[in-house]
Write a protein that binds this ligand. Structure first.
Ligand code: ADP
Ligand code: MG
Length: 183
């Protein structure tokens, strides 16, 4: 499959998955606000949302636990336009620019999958580079669409989660505790 820069202006609608995370302020409300804002973007609609999961932080443990969720969206935006729209929402919600990778954030919106498309650019990688080793991504994604296939690895979401649980693949950081949060 060919990787693209993701820039073509006119597109048919594509089903994509967006990961949402928050570990500052009213975390559940932040996720809900972000979902409303995503749904309000022209050319972007939210089809479904997973449960909210309470998760230990990955990468840096010196910060509050996250609430994570995954949304299934339908979009006519290009991958790059979708990224810009999500970054606009992060900014509008007051996410402060940070140089600290994996640090605390009011809202984090990531493109996990964009149909079966592959994108490899300096500022955009689809499928999301770490989605296959992150329980806080795979658990909500599997809840929504267990048979969705990772287009690079050629494995279904349920298989990726099974591998992660059995230790076949592993995240090289801590933070694997994930439980469904009360909504
Ligand atoms: P994190 O990796 O923890 O989500 P940020 O949200 O700060 O960190 O994102 C850092 C950069 O990751 C963004 O500036 C964006 O350009 C880039 N990026 C690469 N691939 C993706 C993707 N699939 N979804 C969202 N951002 C991405
Ligand atoms: Mg992000």
């Amino acid at each position: 499959m060919k990787r693209t820069q993701g820039g073509s202006p006119k597109r048919a609608e594509v089903l994509a998955f967006v990961g949402l995370g928050s570990n500052l302020g009213d975390r559940q409300n932040n996720i809900r606000t972000a979902l409303d804002l995503v749904d309000s973007v022209s050319g972007l609609s939210v089809l479904g949302v997973s449960s909210f999961y309470e998760c230990e932080p990955v990468g840096r443990s010196d910060q509050p636990d996250f609430i994570n969720a995954v949304a299934n969206v339908r979009t006519s935006l290009s991958p790059r336009s979708l990224l810009k729209a999500l970054q606009g929402i992060e900014k509008r919600m007051g996410r402060a620019p940070s140089r600290r990778r994996w640090g605390p954030r009011l809202i984090d919106l990531d493109i996990l999958l964009y149909g079966k498309e592959l994108v490899l650019a300096p500022d955009l990688v689809i499928p999301h580079a770490l989605m296959h080793v992150r329980r806080f991504v795979l658990a909500p994604l599997c809840e929504l669409e267990p048979d969705v296939v990772h287009p690079v690895l050629g494995l279904r979401c349920r298989e990726l989660l099974r591998r992660l649980r059995s230790g076949v693949s592993r995240e090289s950081f801590s933070g694997q505790s994930v439980r469904v949060a009360v909504q």
